[in-house]
Design a protein around this ligand. Structure first.
Ligand code: HEC
Ligand SMILES: [Cu+2]
Length: 355
C-alpha cells in the first residue's frame, strides 16, 4: 500500500537494535538486511498510544481504569511529597523536650490506614467490574477466527469446511461487530495483544483460549506477541485490518480463491522450483505445495508486510527475504534459500502471481 515509509520513534528503535545485531553479519555478507526491514507502522502507532486511545469496546474500560489508577498513584505521590516537605520545615526545636518523644501522632497512622484501605478496596471493586465488562462482548460475536501462534509468526484460519482458508500475520475483521478469536499455540507459550483493540491473552500449547476483539472504526492496528517466546519474539508482530462490511466480504472472497495457474513460462518455471524447494513447509492452494509448518503463501503478495510485521512486502524485499532470512530475522525457522540468479528471477515471477 504505502510505498513511502514513515519512520516513527518505535520503528527507528527497532531498526537501531537490528542494525547493531546485524553489524557482524553485514560485514561478512556485504548485504544490508536493515534496508529491507519495514519502517512504516500502521495507524497512530507510537509506543504507549494505547494509553491515550482505545478503538473498541474491549479496551475502553481498561483505558479509563489505566487513567484512574495513574491519577490515584500521582495523587498519592504528590500528597506524600507535600507532607514530607511540611514535616521537614515544621519540626520541633532540638531544645524542646518533646522533640525526642515517641508519644502521640498515632491518629495519623489510623487515619492513613483507613484512607488506604478504603481506596484499595474501591480500586479492587472497580477492577473486578472492568474485568467482568471486558470478559464478554456486548452482543453475540459475528464470526469466529482461529489464531495459532508459531515461533515467530501467526497463522490465521477463517471459516470451516469447504469455505476454510488460512492466512498469516494479518487479521481482517468487519468493523463495528465483535469477533471471537480462538487462540492456540503450535510450540511454546505466546501472547496475543492488540493494544488499541484487545487485552493480552496467552496462547498456550494444548489449550484453546478465547479473546474477543471489536474495532469501532476502520483502520489498521498493530498487534504484538507479549510473552517472551525465544530469539525473534520482538519480531513477532501482526496487523489487524478493520474493514467496512463490503470490503471485508471482498477480501474474504479473494482470499478463498486458489492461486492462478502461472500465465507465462518464467512463472511456470518458478512454480516448479517452488514445489521442489518451498513446498515442504509452505502451502499454495490449488497446487501440490501443501506444507503446514509455515505461512500459507497463496495470496502472499496481498499482504502489507511479511515475516510477522518485520519486512516490507515489495518484490525486491520478498526476494531478499527468501535468500537472506537468517540475516534479516536470525533464528527464524526458514533457512536462507540458495538460488542462482536465473532461479531467483523465475521464483520472483512466480511469487508475483500470488496476489
Ligand atoms: C524449512 C521450512 C521452510 C522452507 C523450506 C521455506 N520456508 Fe519460507 N518460511 C518458513 C517459516 C517458518 C516462515 C515464517 C518465518 C517468520 O516470520 O518467523 C517462512 C516465511 C516465508 C515468507 C513470509 C510469509 C509471510 O507472510 O510472512 C515467504 C514469502 C517465504 N517464507 C517464502 C519461501 C520461499 C519462496 C521458499 C522456497 C524458495 C521458502 N519460503 C522455503 C519456512 C520455510
Ligand atoms: Cu511469540
Amino acid at each position: 500500500m504505502s510505498s513511502a515509509p514513515r519512520l516513527t520513534a518505535r520503528s527507528a528503535r527497532c531498526g537501531l537494535a537490528l542494525t547493531i545485531a546485524l553489524a557482524h553479519d553485514k560485514a561478512r555478507a556485504g548485504f544490508d538486511a536493515t534496508a529491507h526491514v519495514a519502517t512504516s507502522l500502521a495507524g497512530t502507532q507510537t509506543p504507549l498510544a494505547y494509553f491515550l486511545h482505545s478503538k473498541g469496546p474491549a479496551t475502553e474500560p481498561v483505558l479509563y481504569l489505566g487513567w484512574i489508577l495513574a491519577a490515584i498513584c500521582t495523587a498519592v505521590c504528590a500528597i506524600i511529597t507535600v507532607m514530607l516537605i511540611i514535616g521537614m520545615f515544621r519540626r520541633r526545636k532540638p531544645e524542646d523536650p518533646r522533640s525526642l518523644s515517641t508519644e502521640g501522632g498515632t491518629s495519623f497512622v489510623y487515619v492513613g490506614t483507613a484512607i488506604s484501605t478504603v481506596a484499595l478496596l474501591g480500586i479492587t471493586v472497580y477492577m473486578l467490574v472492568v474485568l467482568a465488562r471486558v470478559a464478554q462482548p456486548p452482543n453475540e460475536p459475528a464470526m469466529t477466527v482461529t489464531v495459532t501462534a508459531y515461533d515467530w509468526w501467526w497463522k490465521v484460519d477463517y471459516g470451516d469446511g469447504p469455505s476454510h482458508f488460512s492466512s498469516a500475520n494479518e487479521l481482517h475483521i468487519p468493523v463495528g461487530v465483535p469477533v471471537l478469536i480462538l487462540l492456540k499455540s503450535a510450540d511454546v507459550i505466546h501472547a496475543f495483544w492488540v493494544p488499541e483493540l484487545s487485552g493480552k491473552t496467552q496462547a498456550i500449547p494444548g489449550v484453546t483460549n478465547r479473546q474477543w476483539i471489536q474495532a469501532d472504526r476502520p483502520g489498521v492496528f498493530r498487534g504484538q506477541c507479549t510473552q517472551y517466546c525465544g530469539l525473534q519474539h520482538a519480531h513477532m508482530a501482526f496487523e489487524v485490518y478493520a474493514q467496512p462490511h463490503t470490503d471485508f466480504e471482498h477480501w474474504i472472497a479473494a482470499q478463498r480463491m486458489p492461486a492462478p495457474v502461472p500465465a507465462n513460462a518464467q512463472a511456470a518455471r518458478g512454480a516448479t522450483l517452488f514445489e521442489k524447494r518451498c513446498a515442504g513447509c509452505h502451502t499454495v492452494r490449488g497446487t501440490r505445495s501443501a506444507g503446514v509448518q509455515a505461512p500459507d503463501l497463496t495470496h502472499v503478495r496481498s499482504r502489507r508486510l511479511i515475516a510477522a510485521g518485520t519486512v516490507a512486502n515489495s518484490p525486491e524485499s520478498l526476494m531478499q527475504w527468501v535468500q537472506h532470512v537468517q540475516e534479516i530475522k536470525p533464528g527464524a525457522l526458514m533457512p536462507d534459500m540458495k538460488l542462482s540468479p536465473a532461479e531467483a528471477g523465475d521464483l520472483s515471477a512466480y511469487l508475483a502471481t500470488l496476489r
